[in-house]
Write a protein that binds this ligand. Structure first.
Ligand SMILES: [Zn+2]
Length: 95
């Protein structure tokens, strides 16, 4: 039994979940020219944290040991997937 592998899958699933959430809330958006690249639209993550907190309280994010851990994970996921500018557009602009 690969416990580590299982954990990895859960984390990947959670990243997808957080990504879907922030896309839906309009906090990040996909670059219109480069699919798979996301831009931060809004640095106020409060609406997402509220949803995460509610989800945690209802038992949906049970493998986090605290609500804080869940919201920290959400924040780092947003920071990982989205930047202020699309690096591909930037490269194209300067070439
Ligand atoms: Zn782009």
């Amino acid at each position: 039994m690969g416990r580590a592998k299982h954990y990895q899958q859960e984390i990947e699933g959670l990243e997808e979940y957080v990504k879907g959430l922030v896309l839906r809330e309009g906090i990040i958006s996909e670059c219109p020219y480069h699919s798979g690249i996301y831009l931060s639209e809004d640095y106020d993550y409060t609406p997402v944290f509220k949803i995460i907190a509610a989800e945690y309280k209802s038992g949906g994010l049970s493998h986090f040991s605290s609500q804080r851990e869940a919201t920290d994970f959400a924040k780092s996921t947003i920071d990982d997937v989205a930047g202020e500018e699309c690096c591909s557009c930037e490269k194209w602009k300067h070439s």
